[in-house]
Design a protein. Structure first.
Length: 127
């Protein structure tokens, strides 16, 4: 199984598209056999789902993402797990234990603001 975790300074990023990097983990027989950190290729519709799909990722774990992004990941056969918080290493441990649970997305897109323009925000940001 290959999992990507949206990462910001060792923690799960609240919004997958704005994270500086992704931690990609290969798990076989309940052990981590490979772990690498790759730079985010950029936040534009379809770029990240294609990028992760091309690397064989089967699951994306993040704090939050919008419905359009979820749909794009589904088109590439990548399952989404949202509402995850905490240290990336702790999340990996939860995956290995089988206890990782997704929750409600932490990213509430505000209709009057949009991502990808430098002006937008998620509803989880506090002004």
């Amino acid at each position: 199984m290959r999992v990507a975790i949206s990462t910001d300074a060792g923690y799960v990023s609240a919004h997958f598209g704005r994270c500086p990097e992704f931690t990609i983990v290969d798990i076989k027989e309940n052990e981590v056999v490979r772990k690498e950190v790759v730079k985010n290729p950029g936040h534009a519709p379809g770029v990240i789902p294609q990028f992760l799909h091309d690397r064989g990722v089967e699951y994306i774990i993040c704090g939050g993402m919008g419905a359009r992004a979820k749909s794009l990941f589904e088109d590439f056969g990548v399952q989404t797990i949202v509402g995850v918080e905490g240290k990336v290493d702790n999340v990996i441990e939860e995956i290995l234990k089988g206890t990782l649970e997704g929750k409600e997305s932490l990213c509430e897109h505000v209709k009057t603001k949009g991502h990808g323009t430098g002006r937008g925000e998620c509803g989880h940001h506090h002004e």
